[in-house]
Ligand binder design. Structure first.
Ligand SMILES: Cc1cc2nc3c(=O)[nH]c(=O)nc-3n(C[C@H](O)[C@H](O)[C@H](O)COP(=O)(O)OP(=O)(O)OC[C@H]3O[C@@H](n4cnc5c(N)ncnc54)[C@H](O)[C@@H]3O)c2cc1C
Length: 526
């Protein structure tokens, strides 16, 4: 076994949004940080959310006022420091005669949401008459419609990229960041964490490192990570499964996002314009299995299709219209009683005491509040470790692609061979870092697609600069074409050839990578 003698202040287990955010924050404060992810960064729950950066209007029903307030603050911060990834979203709530929530209740909720949003640069809500709503959204079901409410929140089209930017920022600030490195054991000696073991799946080598603090940010895997501690640990998690479907533009499709009450059970769900398609979800069902095996059930898909067809009657959507579907497990604290929707979405930063002093487990959390969660977790880590650290800077510090964004956009727009669509795509994925794809502004460009929006240069860029290891990383979590209607498969061969040259893959390895990518993509088709 190779012994890595480096002593870290903080080792973070899990490279989802929370682990990546924690690693960035800790490294920016001058701590010695190691981030370990067993798969690719952002490949867990973070990729399977509704992709909203929102206050969580629904949480008002459960009087979670501090959570809504925190989320709205974080929404404003993220819109500033990552404006290329987090964009404003207009939503409508239609109100019908038979709606569970009356016009009065929705109006009250909207007023509270506006009040909690004070100081944020987002327009207040509007109550719309039936005619006003129908003139904006003529495809909406008319029968029993009384009117609606319109308000603004935000959307992160590519949550995967938010993770990658945090990882890159952590690395730039001095953290060691490693994907495909599962943690296999955690050692506690005399009640205090001592270190951990991990395997580097790329080389096959085993490592053992010592750490003052270990942060278990493994999302729905928190209990399974606690299961590899060399002593009996408590269990915390009681995840719920949520599924989404992705369809193309349908007859009567809305121009804005919709937040609607399902007829079957009164649960609110979203119909979201997203990535030139529609993202529809979600469900909420208790889940006890391995989070890696979660998949949308047939009944969930039928529920989402039929509820959408009810709100937009000319849509007539069937499973044949689904481009792909996905499911994730919300890493929630265990609550065996009561409805799933009532389980708190507030995060808990649990500092283990005598059983494993120096170990912190992160329970719950939202994409929206990851930055604040990271700040609190690192504050705790600093206190536990006793090391001196600089103050947190992430409230105002831009993510890498958000630095110099306007200048970068101007530079790209001035390149005669780049169409407006191409510039929009590149900025929406890489932010200002898109300029690094061109060694000099006059460089000729090799296109991969007929619309001339995808560049061959992206493949080597994401492998060299963003730690993409295999084709699935490249398509699904870096270039983001894996989330297009054909899951990027029309470009897979060509990308594989470029990646093979870059990584030195043999023909056999190139073909194996293609097969692995196709198998991965197939998991999401229904
Ligand atoms: C259906 C659904 C909809 C949602 N919608 C929203 C939304 O619209 N807005 C919002 O703000 N939030 C939303 N959320 C919540 C949000 O997505 C999650 O809370 C958040 O992504 C959790 O991130 P994480 O980093 O804690 O977990 P994950 O993203 O799951 O990351 C944990 C990582 O730990 C790794 N790991 C596990 N074990 C090990 C090990 N032994 N060694 C190394 N690594 C390990 C995993 O591979 C994984 O990548 C939604 C969640 C779901 C499921």
């Amino acid at each position: 076994m190779a012994i890595d003698s480096v002593d870290y202040d903080v080792v973070v287990i899990g490279g989802g949004i929370n682990g990546a955010g924690i690693a960035r924050d800790a490294a920016l404060r001058g701590l010695r940080v190691l981030l370990l992810e067993m798969n690719d960064f952002g490949s867990g729950t973070t990729s399977w959310s509704s992709r909203l950066i929102h206050g969580g209007l629904r949480y008002l029903e459960y009087a979670e006022i501090p959570l809504v307030f925190e989320s709205l603050h974080e929404r404003r911060r993220l819109r500033r420091v990552a404006s290329h990834l987090v964009t404003r979203l207009r939503l409508n709530i239609p109100i019908y005669k038979d709606s569970k929530r009356s016009k009065f209740i929705i109006r009250l909720g909207m007023i509270a949401y506006d009040l909690l949003s004070i100081g944020k640069k987002i327009p207040p809500h509007k109550m719309l008459s039936r005619d006003e709503l129908l003139s904006e959204e003529p495809g909406l079901r008319r029968e029993g419609l009384l009117g609606g409410a319109q308000y603004y929140d935000a959307q992160v089209t590519f949550a995967e990229r938010l993770v990658i930017e945090n990882v890159i920022a952590a690395r730039a600030a001095g953290a060691e960041v490693k994907n495909y490195c599962p943690v296999t054991g955690i050692e506690v000696r005399r009640g205090t964490v001592n270190g951990l073991q991990y395997v580097d799946l790329k080389s096959g080598s085993n490592f053992e490192v010592s750490a003052r603090v270990i942060i278990n940010a493994s999302g729905p895997w928190v209990d399974s990570v606690l299961g590899i501690v060399n002593r009996k640990m408590p269990k915390f998690m009681g995840g719920t499964k949520g599924s989404h479907i992705v369809v193309g533009k349908f007859d009567g499709a809305p121009r804005s996002a919709f937040y609607v009450e399902a007829h079957e059970d009164g649960r609110p769900f979203f119909i979201l314009p997203w990535n030139d398609q529609y993202l529809i979800g979600t469900t909420d069902i208790r889940f006890d299995g391995d989070p890696a095996d979660v998949a949308p059930g047939k009944e969930e898909i039928d529920y989402l299709l039929s509820e959408t067809n009810r709100v937009f009657p000319t849509a007539n959507l069937s499973s044949a219209d689904i481009h792909f579907a996905y499911a994730g497990v919300r890493p929630l604290p265990r609550h065996d009683q009561g409805p799933e929707s009532a389980i708190t979405r507030k995060h808990i930063i649990y500092k283990h005491k005598d059983d494993a002093f120096g170990l912190i487990s992160i329970i719950g959390g939202k994409l929206t509040t990851y930055r604040n969660l990271a700040e609190q977790a690192v504050d705790s880590a600093v206190r536990l470790s006793g090391v001196t650290a600089a103050p947190c800077t992430t409230r105002s510090q831009y993510l890498p692609g958000g630095i110099g964004l306007d200048d970068a956009a101007e530079q790209l727009k001035s390149m005669p061979h780049l169409s407006a669509e191409c510039v929009t795509r590149l900025i929406g994925i890489y932010g200002s870092r898109a300029t690094e794809l061109f060694e000099s502004p006059g460089d000729s460009v090799v296109w991969m697609d007929s619309q001339k929006t995808v560049l061959a240069a992206e493949v080597a860029f994401v492998m060299r600069e963003e730690m993409a290891v295999n084709l699935t990383d490249i398509l699904h979590r870096r270039m983001m074409i894996g989330l297009s209607p054909d899951q990027g498969l029309s470009l897979a061969d060509e990308i594989a050839s470029i990646a093979a040259v870059e990584a030195g893959w043999s023909e056999v390895e190139r073909n194996r990578q293609l097969l692995e990518l196709r198998n991965y993509s197939a998991k999401f088709r229904v």
